[in-house]
Design a protein around this ligand. Structure first.
Ligand code: EPZ
Length: 430
């Protein structure tokens, strides 16, 4: 038993430091294996997923040294083999970045088929299409994706849909291909830009990241670098919505406010005050929340990774709200859990129709995936009474020190391992 025990009702108040972006760091770690020189990466969040990536790198001979909790020194001079299939890696999605990274550098890679959160079908056809366009063969055998090429040649690739993973993966491989690659309909997420900046700091030539068209001129070799990962947009957004649902006043620090604009805009629409400064955003929820409509979209639209968090807030907002999920088809599984807390939400295919209620009540909950798990924590913080949340390992894949950061804002939350500890928590919190 490993669960969060949460006593709701305290408004979150104070300041919280946001860590490095998980989804940028995962790709950047894989990309660090593309040179035989040393790469130092700062602001790497200390999470299960980053640990799994680093272990997978060590399993093929990459030297990994932690300079401190958030800085890693990586040297991939002595890679022994190009097969990545340890148990941990099968469970995470970002494992696919080793395909692009190793294909680029060694013209060959074998990686276990990616896992990740169960939020719907997560095909990799666009990644495969991209590698093939660069001249690689791709096949799936015994649970591994195997890709190899005699030579990689730049190409013109038009993605059928906007995909973060395939945009980054093709950038990785194309960075070391011969000639120019043009990616059209590219994803524009901040972490796509961050990975491009990282590769450029290693000597790659990538232009246009952050727009629909990315141009990559292949170079022969990449070199060592020192790089700092951008702040995590979704961790910041989660704390911003936690402030909203608990009627709090929270400043998220060490963020890039521009990356949070779609989130800030929705918070203002539902009645919060949002103040931006250079590297911080303050959310004050002094008034009752009101209803709105939102549809998840690729950046700069409202992120799918914030969909459960806004749904939790709209469940407590006056009036009828509508949330449409347009990226993943199975991302409303947590609604059953919210219903057990008193929410009134009806899901019809990819749309949730939410009739706001005055309060949630504490319940025994299970985190169905990473973001939904974090959203349930925010619901529990707003609820009357005590909630427990199981399967917190999902949450810990993406949020570093989540209970501690929430405690520092005045939340009553603890990770408990036994019935006895839970009982103690209940007694302590009255
Ligand atoms: C990344 O997933 C993130 N994961 C996800 O974060 C995030 O939700 C998602 O991007 C969207 O922002 C990582 O970075 C490790 P996509 P990814 O390729 O790369 C379809 C979290 O909570 N598609 O942008 O898998 C796909 O099915 C996680 O941190 C294809 O059809 O997302 C989806 O509908 C969850 N074929 C859409 O594109 C492909 O080959 C967007 O997927 C690839 C994707």
């Amino acid at each position: 038993m490993e669960q969060y025990a949460i006593k709701g009702g305290n408004p979150l108040v104070g300041e919280v430091e946001i860590g490095g972006a998980k989804n940028a760091a995962l790709a950047i770690l894989a990309a660090a294996a593309m040179t035989d020189e040393t790469v130092v990466i700062e602001n790497v969040p200390d999470l299960r997923d980053t640990m799994v990536m680093l272990q997978a790198m060590e399993s093929i001979g990459v030297q990994v040294e932690r300079e401190n909790r958030h800085t890693v020194r990586i040297n991939a001079k002595n890679i022994r083999n190009l097969v990545i299939e340890d148990d941990g890696i099968k469970k995470i999605r970002a494992s696919y970045y080793f395909l692009g990274a190793l294909l680029g550098r060694y013209k060959k890679a074998e990686v276990a088929l990616p896992g990740g959160c169960n939020i719907g079908l997560r095909p990799i056809d666009q990644h495969i299409k991209g590698f093939r366009a660069l001249g690689a063969e791709v096949r799936i055998e015994h649970g591994l994706i195997i890709t190899e090429a005699e030579r990689l040649r730049g190409s013109h690739i038009y993605f059928d849909g906007v995909t973060v993973g395939a945009t980054i993966n093709v950038m990785l491989a194309a960075a070391l291909a011969e000639g120019q690659t043009i990616i059209e309909n590219a994803a524009k997420e901040p972490h796509v830009v961050d990975v491009a900046n990282f590769l450029n700091s290693m000597g790659a030539s990538i232009k246009g990241a952050g727009t629909d068209v990315v141009r990559i001129r292949g170079v022969q070799k990449l070199h060592g670098t020192e790089y700092t990962v951008i702040p995590d947009q979704i961790e910041a957004g989660t704390f911003m919505f936690a402030a909203a649902v608990t009627k709090g006043d929270v400043t998220v620090k060490n963020v890039i406010p521009k990356h949070l604009e779609s989130i800030s805009a929705k918070l203002m629409e539902i009645g919060c005050e949002v103040e931006e400064s250079d590297d911080a955003v303050r959310v004050v929820a002094a008034k009752p929340l009101t209803h709105t409509q939102v549809k998840t979209l690729p950046y700069p639209g409202f992120p799918t990774d914030m969909q459960p968090q806004i749904t939790v807030a709209l469940g407590l907002s006056r009036g009828i709200s509508i949330v449409t999920e347009s990226i993943f088809e199975n991302r409303f599984k947590y609604v059953d859990e919210l219903t057990r807390m008193g929410a009134s939400i009806k899901v019809e295919s990819n749309t949730a129709i939410i009739d706001g209620v005055a309060k949630y009540t504490g319940a025994s909950l299970t985190a169905p995936d990473l973001r939904a798990g974090a959203a349930l924590v925010t619901a529990a913080l707003a609820a009357e009474g005590v909630s427990t949340i199981d399967d917190v390992n999902f949450i810990e894949r993406g949020y570093e020190d989540f209970p501690q950061k929430l405690q520092s804002l005045g939340a009553q939350i603890e990770k408990v391992n036994t019935e006895r500890e839970l009982k103690k928590f209940r007694l302590k919190t009255g």
